[in-house]
Design a protein around this ligand. Structure first.
Ligand code: MRU
Ligand code: ZN
Length: 202
């Protein structure tokens, strides 16, 4: 599965997001309807396909997708994810083509343990987020949670580290992005692996 901007229509995007979502749900990262995914369909104006709100993320179909604008408001389809505005903000801010949000135990536990940011160093897996495997501290920012997506977006913008395509939301979960859904998936799996390692206390 590859998806460049403008390469997908809404239904195709829904099929891609459903497949990605089923994968993350199978890992236990989207329990109890948690989490949401998006892919950018156009840049100007900004339009994203985002998962519909409140669905079981392990059972999505290609129809469980909503087209939203740059503020996360529905343009076509039903009720978008409650966090659609944040997806649009991340896409606008970072230039990402796809955004992943998962509720992992490791993200919440490490956000609690290191509220000032989680530092990784000297790990081969850092190459999976484009960073050196040796001698460089790479910080994964942690931001406070909010039910206000504009506030959460402001916090993400202020805290984000251009070296790390991810942010932990304390007491909530993990936001990760990439150029397309495939890269966003790889970044998600790498960051979650790093968090699980830290949590293991090595
Ligand atoms: C267990 S529901 C958690 C939600 O409040 C939210 O954080 C979430 O990740 C899913 O919201 P959704 O509106 O389905 O995209
Ligand atoms: Zn969430």
């Amino acid at each position: 599965m590859t998806a460049g901007i403008g390469a997908l229509d809404l239904e195709e995007a829904g099929a891609v997001l459903a497949a990605e979502s089923a994968r993350f749900a199978s890992f236990g990262w989207m329990r109890g309807t948690s989490g949401n995914l998006s892919v950018v369909l156009s840049r100007d104006p900004l339009r994203l396909a985002v998962t519909a709100s409140g669905r079981d993320k392990g059972e999505l179909t290609a129809a469980d997708v909503v087209l939203v604008d740059g503020r996360g408001a529905a343009v076509q389809g039903g009720r978008p994810s409650a966090e659609a505005e944040l997806h649009a903000r991340v896409a606008a801010l970072t230039g990402a083509g796809a955004v992943v949000h998962v509720h992992t135990v490791a993200a919440v536990a490490m956000g609690c343990r290191a509220p000032g940011g989680i530092v990784f160093r000297d790990l081969e897996m850092l190459k999976g987020v484009g960073q050196p495997a040796h001698d460089v501290d790479v910080v994964l920012p942690v931001i406070a949670n909010s039910q206000d997506m504009t506030e959460l977006g402001d916090r993400l913008e202020a805290a984000r580290n251009p070296r790390m395509p991810a942010v932990v939301v304390a007491g909530h979960g993990l936001y990760v992005w990439g150029a397309d859904p495939r890269q966003a998936r790889h970044h998600t799996e790498v960051v979650e692996w790093l968090l699980e390692l830290e949590l293991a206390g090595t």
